[in-house]
Design a protein around this ligand. Structure first.
Ligand SMILES: Cc1cc2nc3c(=O)[nH]c(=O)nc-3n(C[C@H](O)[C@H](O)[C@H](O)COP(=O)(O)OP(=O)(O)OC[C@H]3O[C@@H](n4cnc5c(N)ncnc54)[C@H](O)[C@@H]3O)c2cc1C
Length: 510
């Protein structure tokens, strides 16, 4: 009984929190909220809650919801005036009134960097009809950014779709970039090159990133370099640096500044002003249910402002809600510092690059580092000299290509002839055992020598004869052989993995 009452209470709390961050359960249900936004001069982007789908049925349903959403919005928006009067049916004269945000992980249930091209092909099958419908109703489509494990896939998916003749040149699409990633500046540079090469104009929604804890934990768990900045000021400084890069390339890129941090927002406003960026190349975006005073201040200043408005059920929205909860309660959160802890205005507005630099001096960490490498080194010291070799990071093209090549090379040598080893000599046998690829039974991976009883006896005698020598070999020397074997295995890692994939039917990640 008590448990039921507690559960009911918790359920009510979660639903009430959901209402704070979710604009409605369906497109129709959210319309009244969206109309209210527009009356206040706010544009919106709708995100249908759900991500990381686990089945193709779920992915189909998710994609279908976007098509339905675009239908509903297309009908509804036809009667809407553009924000800012006399702007020709577009918001502020340049921006579609309908704007949706989609997640790559909802487009294909087996989305995985290991199957890079396959994943992109499958995700495009669902994204294509969405983009097609969006073009018909003149809507904007943004691709959100998720965990780093999906980043290179998401970027490649977006570019590959936009290179298709039917979408090429459509000006109302964009992609999110996370400034907490050390590689984000390089990603934007690559996008600029791509825009130039394809004469494409796109929007970069610049955010700091919502998966910080997971990225740090995943990297530490796998012994990989930490891909995100681990000092909050470095993320803030990088946000400003990347914003400058985007604004400086406004011939090809528009900037959607996705932040609730007034220092980050102010820096973007100032940089745009300094670089004389045309008005239609910059807008501000904040999350529905967050930072209302900041939203009001931006509106009052006449800035172009869009709310990110999720719609859908609570259960698929749980991951989104947890991210908002973490964001609002994090010690590093600007919102917490400004609204809860009342940190002084001067402190909140300090230049993050100089704060990061003085922190580095205080901590005695390298000029370019932020302490992440030092803390990993310390962790290693504490754990002693042994550590597992990091597993391959399949988001890196060189790893994927390396494995494809290794499998190709291994196949070229099949079937391998595997002799007996007796007393250090290779011994062929007349009879052999066929080792086959369990995934392709017609593929013989090895012809392994099959020993006779006589040969087995000879091998046992040879081992017995060697026993005393081995027993009397100093432990350090014996350990040396093991280290040597480990070194050889490391050097031939791709080759050994390829053989296991072919012979034991293992997956790449195994
Ligand atoms: C319109 C909109 C769309 C969004 N879309 C996406 C999206 O597609 N993908 C996505 O990932 N996020 C997205 N977000 C969420 C966004 O990443 C967070 O809201 C944002 O990080 C909060 O940053 P802030 O500038 O508002 O607040 P701040 O308080 O200034 O920054 C908080 C951020 O700093 C970073 N941080 C926290 N601790 C540390 C630390 N110790 N070291 C280094 N960095 C740290 C984290 O990124 C954290 O979220 C979106 C946000 C908005 C407003």
């Amino acid at each position: 009984m008590a448990a039921r009452i507690v559960a009911r209470g918790i359920g009510a709390n979660i639903r009430s929190m959901g209402r704070q961050f979710i604009a409605g359960e369906s497109a129709e249900g959210a319309l009244s909220v969206l109309r209210k936004f527009r009356k206040k001069g706010l544009a919106f982007t709708i995100d249908i809650l759900g991500e990381a789908v686990v089945s193709e049925t779920e992915a189909d349903a998710y994609a279908r919801q976007y098509i339905d959403l675009l239908e509903v919005m297309g009908r509804e928006a036809a009667s809407w005036e553009g924000l800012a009067p006399g702007t020709d049916g577009l918001d502020w004269g340049s921006s579609p009134k309908i704007n949706v945000s989609v997640k790559a992980s909802a487009m294909y249930s087996q989305m995985n960097a290991r199957a890079f091209d396959h994943s992109i092909g499958k995700a495009k099958e669902r994204l294509r009809p969405i983009l097609r419908r969006a073009m018909e109703v003149g809507a904007f489509v943004n691709v959100d950014m998720e965990h780093r494990s999906l980043k290179s896939l998401t970027l490649a998916l977006y570019r590959s779709l936009m290179e298709e003749p039917e979408f090429k040149g459509y000006p109302h699409t964009g992609i999110a970039i996370q400034a907490y990633l050390r590689e984000s500046e390089q990603d934007v540079s690559n996008l600029i090159d791509w825009c130039r090469a394809h004469n494409q104009s796109i929007t970069i929604r610049l955010v700091k990133g919502a998966y910080w804890d997971t990225e740090v934990m995943t990297a530490r768990q796998n012994n990989w370099p930490v891909p995100v900045f681990t000092n909050k000021h470095d993320s803030d400084a990088n946000f400003e640096r990347v914003a400058r890069l985007v604004l400086g390339n406004h011939q090809h890129l528009s900037l959607a500044c996705g932040s609730h941090n007034i220092r980050s927002i102010a820096a973007v406003i100032e940089t745009a002003h300094e670089m004389r960026v045309p008005e239609d190349r910059l807008e501000f975006q904040i999350l529905y249910g967050m930072a209302e005073p900041i939203r009001n201040a931006l509106l009052k200043d006449g800035l172009r402002l869009r709310l990110y408005a999720p719609i859908g059920d609570l259960v698929p929205g749980m991951a989104y809600l947890v991210r908002r909860l973490l964001e609002n309660t994090s010690n590093e959160s600007f919102l917490r510092k400004s609204f809860l802890e009342s940190v002084s205005r001067d402190e909140l507005l300090r230049d993050p690059a100089s704060v990061a630099a003085s922190n580095r001096t205080l901590l005695g960490v390298s000029e370019t580092g932020d302490g992440a490498e030092e803390s990993v080194a310390k962790q290693k010291d504490e754990m002693g000299p042994f550590r597992n070799i990091p597993p391959f990071d399949w988001t890196l093209a060189e790893r994927r290509n390396g494995m494809v090549q290794a499998i190709k090379n291994a196949r070229a040598d099949l079937p391998l002839q595997v002799p007996l080893q007796i007393g250090g000599e290779a011994v062929e046998t007349e009879v052999t055992i066929r080792s086959i690829n369990p995934n392709r039974p017609e593929e013989v991976v090895g012809l392994v020598a099959s020993s006779s009883a006589e040969q087995a006896k000879t091998a046992i005698c040879a081992a017995k004869a060697a026993f005393t020598d081995w027993r009397d070999t100093p432990t350090t020397k014996r350990a040396g052989y093991l280290f040597k074997a480990a070194e050889l295995a490391r050097k031939r890692r791709y080759e050994l993995c390829a053989l296991q994939i072919l012979e034991a039917g293992k997956t790449w990640s195994e």
